[in-house]
Design a binder for this molecule. Sequence first.
Ligand SMILES: [Zn+2]
Length: 392
Amino acid sequence: MPNRVNVDLSIQPETRTFACRYQLTASFPTAQRSLAFNVNRKFRVTEVQGPHLLGYTDSLFYDAFQQDTLRRLTLRFAQPSRQQTVTVRYNGTTPFQTDSVLEFTAHANWLPTIPDQEYALVRYRLAVHIPAAYQVISTGPARRAANGTYVFTGQAPNIELTAVAARRFTTLGGRHAGVELYKANRPFNVRDSLLRTHALAIIAYQNRIIGRRAPIRRFRILLPGSNRNAFGLLDNAAVITYSDFDTRKPADLLILAHEISHKWWGWGTWNTYDNWLNEGFATYSGLLYLRATADTATFRQQLLKHRAAAAPAPPILQFDARKDMAQYRAVIYSKGTVVLADLHTRLGDEAFFRLLQATAAAHVNTTQAFLALVEQKTGRETRDWLAARLGS
Ligand SMILES: [Zn+2]
């Protein structure tokens, strides 16, 4: 059973501040006497409590993967237990706020996370309070939306709980039309309707070659317009912040196909080499879509670019965030992509797509598990060939 999370978020747009209560009920395979959380170091923690809590320490440390100083709360309990409930209250400046858009998204680092379990699935209830002049959206419809309070529930990676607030959102595509767009504070333009058309085509293709056993039936694209980045979420949604995003450009179409495929590619541990199971797979999935649209020129050119970047990089299986972070993209994205392209060439379309479908359906989250699946689906020889490629 996933851990349960109950979040109560109050946003004050005028002062650009927020206050949050985060309650976690966590189960462990063995009894635990302590529990650690990483919390954004810019926030002020005002209270940590729990029925068996003895006390906690609060310290800063340097995280090699994020190349940043993070803050860690270490909680100690009176007696070891296989289940603990803790509540953390904190407040601070809204992490991302531009032009009446307030983003509490996966990249805003606004929630406490258990170290190395940032992407662990949680069952959540997220209540957001905001002045009535604002609207709040998330990855799915609100359970309740009245008098400035919005309630969302669902199951998602802890880090991906999402609330985006703006004065108003324009929407394109109904709830039953497959893909819905939500754009903050601005009207839609021709690029947005093309984005929606392309998203529908990408989803139809990826459902066929990757998601046959767990297809996307509805998908939300949030367009806050804050020009920061783009990211796909496990919960059938993507956030694209670029205000000039134009899927008529192959580079932007590639980003869209990459991000949508994260619906299936989000299970590998993000701060180890197993992250190639997310980023290598998503990058190659994006390329496959371009190939399917007959844009073989961009497909080839991108693959060459990844080959060139991957050549001098250390092996995937030796990637160590403490010493190789300068090579992160070359190893995790480029080398991961090249290994998959070569595996695809070795197996051919039919067997390779079957393997993608099995990998997605099994929520494969370690390289060892992927190798085992490759052996089961394609035989020992290909497994050994792949292990050698990952180690070179
Ligand atoms: Zn990605």
